[in-house]
Design a protein around this ligand. Structure first.
Ligand SMILES: *Cc1c(COP(=O)(O)O)cnc(C)c1O
Length: 437
């Protein structure tokens, strides 16, 4: 399968090129040339299959031309060593819990898949060491670092803003060692991101070392997220609840919801999507006005969604642009809602008091968007619970006036020893550091 750039000014790329490069030469995002639909029998048969089998079916449609079945099967098996259960919350509203992976957030799926796929290409082609640079405000760094931990031929540099990530998040990427280096930058998240961008553009540095990025612009990170949409459908179909399915996705860079839109394009019967935002609501504004105006992000308690210029918007436009009126198609399929910190807190408190279910601030946006979308009695609502609430324990405990229990997996990270390298926020210092590696 070939991959084209959303900007249409770069040559077609192979899967390997798309994964190793991340972003196309014309700064567009790579899209698969074909999205193969699954036939109706395959879709109605999903309910009798395991998560592994379901994921392999979807993976085959995207990667089957480029990777032999046994290898793809093994990559999928290694990636999905955990479940993504659908849990009832109230009436006809269900939570798709995506937080049962090693770092307790949905990004584990894409992070692990990309690491294994890149590792496979490096081994097959005998490539020289590939260096992954990733700037993080918390969740991306931990998922990417844990996904790539111990993968031969790859070194990961996680850049994070000193004192601005929660201690629980910090220990998930600073205690690993091996091929993971945490760089504690004396600056903000934007400074970290600027350092990574400058590094990708610096010719001398790119001659010295092979650099790639591992955020959701990378096809190997965002496409595998479609697997759990198929699996959630199968679980709901099993209990007769999949007929009129509305799916709500807490969104930041819109990689997660875009994977759902791909599943839909492949024939998964989802009636409508709901994009849930915090106060960073440029997508909602686009739905209302047809005009897309990126803005600097504002900080919220659902901080993994603090994005002012969602990178995957280009992919959504491309998916629905073929008939000349993407806005009409997009606004028909996707509804949008936005929530202030106060509203997010009120939702978390209400759901906890009424049902006992503990939402994290991101999942709370997804849940409340379904309520505001006013489901019909025959419709089933599914929201993606993107992170375990203890990842945001300080915020959650305060809002719920509770002391939620930290899972054993997370405690294990917290016992490790923090190892990080202090870094100035100016590019020359960062560059000299990398050149010396
Ligand atoms: C990354 C993240 C999101 C946003 O996902 P996108 O794919 O960027 O839209 C939502 N919730 C949590 C917990 C996250 O870590």
């Amino acid at each position: 399968m070939k991959y084209y750039s959303t900007n249409k000014q770069a040559p077609l790329a192979s899967l390997e090129e798309a994964v190793v490069k991340g972003l196309a030469g014309d700064k567009g995002l790579y899209m698969p040339e074909h999205i193969r639909p699954l036939d109706k029998d395959t879709i109605s048969g999903l309910k009798n299959k395991s998560f592994h089998e379901i994921a392999c079916t979807a993976a085959q449609a995207f990667f089957g031309e480029d990777i032999e079945p046994e290898t793809l099967d093994a990559i999928v098996r290694d990636t999905l060593s955990f479940e993504t259960p659908v849990v009832p919350v109230r009436d006809n509203i269900y939570s798709l819990e995506l937080f049962h992976g090693p770092t307790l957030a949905f990004k584990d799926v894409g992070g692990r898949f990309m690491a294994r796929l890149l590792g496979y290409f490096i081994k097959k082609e005998g490539l020289k060491q590939v260096n992954v640079l990733v700037a993080t405000s918390g969740d991306t760094g931990s998922a990417v670092a844990n996904g790539f931990l111990g993968v031969p031929g790859i070194h990961v540099y996680v850049l994070y803003p000193k004192g601005k990530v929660s201690p629980i998040q910090e220990c998930q990427f600073t205690t690993l060692g091996q091929n993971i280096t945490a760089l504690e930058v004396d600056g903000t998240f934007d400074d970290c991101q600027a350092l990574v961008k400058s590094a990708f553009m610096d010719e001398e540095l790119n001659r010295h070392m092979k650099l790639t990025s591992a955020n959701s612009i990378n096809v190997a990170r965002f496409l595998p997220q479609s697997f759990y949409y198929f699996n959630a459908y199968a679980q709901l179909d099993k209990i007769g609840k999949a007929d009129q399915l509305i799916v709500s996705v807490p969104s930041g860079n819109f990689g997660n919801i875009t994977a759902g839109l791909f599943a839909h394009r492949m024939g998964l019967p989802i009636k409508r999507f709901v994009a849930a935002n915090n106060r960073n609501d440029v997508f909602l504004e686009y739905l209302h006005t047809g005009v897309y105006t990126p803005r600097p992000s504002v900080p919220t308690i659902a901080n993994a969604m603090d994005v002012g210029d969602p990178s995957n918007f280009a992919r959504i436009l491309d998916l629905y642009g073929k008939n000349g009126n993407p806005h009409a198609e997009i606004s028909q399929l996707i509804s949008g809602y936005r929530f202030t910190d106060e509203e997010i807190g009120a939702t978390m408190k209400q759901v906890y008091n009424e049902t006992g279910y503990v939402l994290d601030p991101h999942g709370a946006c997804g849940y409340q968007a379904l309520i505001d979308n006013k489901l019909a009695p025959n419709e089933t609502g599914l929201f993606l619970e993107t992170a375990h609430p203890t990842k945001f324990k300080g915020t959650v405990d305060k809002i719920l006036d509770a002391d939620i229990e930290i899972p054993a997996k997370l405690k294990a990270f917290m016992q490790g020893e923090k190892q990080s390298v202090g870094m100035e926020k100016d590019f020359e210092t960062f560059k000299s550091y990398l050149l010396a590696q």
